[in-house]
Design a binder for this molecule. Structure first.
Ligand code: BG6
Length: 304
């Protein structure tokens, strides 16, 4: 008997959703909903594919990604939690991995349900001795992923402990593009951002964004919908969001791509991250028993 059999016995929907052995045998839920095909790994609750209406994957994945417990997947939608980037005030160590521990751990598959909106996969990560050893809080983090005409991802954090907690969170979404140098990013004009590629200086965004160099920006206090126009693929990706006060825009460009072992040297023109998040001063603070939801809604349409 395969280790996937009990999961399928409990959750599979014939011809619609199955648990499969994904890359390097990692379990993943494969969805063939009427409006879209999708794939979400239990490792990191990591969405790896979204193909609406038979279109190619909207999400980018590196050919060099690792597919291993304890390592992040490069591409798709990693979940950053409970901190974003390097952990503040703590030297980098295996206990304080960049972007937190949620993307490194196996999540529990809780349910798969079909509705008029599509097929929703729900996964959960619950605090354990291992998480409390590095981050002293009790929590349940749930990820609800709906594959339909849109990809809708809701990250739900509940403080199950007896003291307040504060956490950063991000849906670190990698989009597949024909050539990032030709893409236009709209929706953030007039918004201030922290330029991590230029000494963390705070700057105003003048007009639309084009990518002409390493780009690593945390846009501040924005709930705006962002669009990515890809003139070569002739498509517009729209990223709408709820309860998220930051948007991060990231492309490593030439040197940073070369420096990352799990990122192909020549892959950087094919991707751009536009991340739905709450980071820094916008981190989520919850009293015991409180819950917070953050949602990203991704859709694709032909360029007008
Ligand atoms: C982005 C950060 O969100 O993620 C960048 O703003 C970082 O600074 C990038 O380099 C990738 O991070 P990682 O840990 O997946 O290599």
């Amino acid at each position: 008997m395969s280790t996937l059999d009990p999961l399928n016995a409990r959750h599979a929907i014939p011809a619609i959703a199955q648990v499969i052995a994904g890359q390097d045998g990692l379990p993943a839920v494969h969805v063939t909903a009427p409006a879209a095909e999708g794939l979400v790994y239990l490792h990191g609750a990591h969405v790896a594919a979204f193909k609406p209406h038979g279109a190619p994957n909207v999400l980018w994945l590196s050919q060099k990604s690792l597919w291993q417990p304890g390592k992040p997947i490069r591409g798709g939608v990693p979940i950053c939690f409970p901190w974003f980037g390097p952990r503040q005030g703590v030297p980098a160590s295996p206990d304080s991995p960049p972007h937190g521990f949620a993307r490194l751990l196996a999540w529990e598959l809780q349910s798969i349900q079909q509705s008029t909106h599509g097929v929703t996969v729900a996964l959960a990560l619950t605090s354990s001795d291992a998480t409390r050893a590095v981050w002293p809080h009790d929590f349940v983090l749930r990820h609800h992923v709906t594959f339909g005409p849109q990809l809708v991802m809701t990250l739900e954090l509940t403080n199950t402990g007896t003291s307040p907690l504060t956490a950063e969170e991000a849906l670190h979404t990698y989009f597949a593009l024909a050539d990032v140098k030709q893409v236009q990013v709209n929706g953030l004009a007039g918004t201030r951002y922290v330029d991590k590629a230029d000494g963390f200086k705070e700057k105003p965004q003048m007009g639309l964004i084009t990518i002409t160099a390493e780009t690593d920006r945390v846009y501040l206090d924005t709930t705006a919908t962002v669009t990515l126009d890809d003139p070569i693929q002739r498509r517009r990706i729209t990223i709408a969001k709820d309860n998220s006060r930051n948007t991060v825009v990231w492309n490593p460009w030439i040197a940073k791509a070369k420096a990352m072992p799990d990122f192909g040297d020549d892959e950087w023109p094919g991707m751009l991250c536009v991340e739905t998040c709450n980071v820094g001063p916008a981190a989520v603070s919850l009293a015991p028993g409180q819950t917070h939801h953050m949602t990203a809604r991704l859709s694709v349409a032909p360029l007008p």
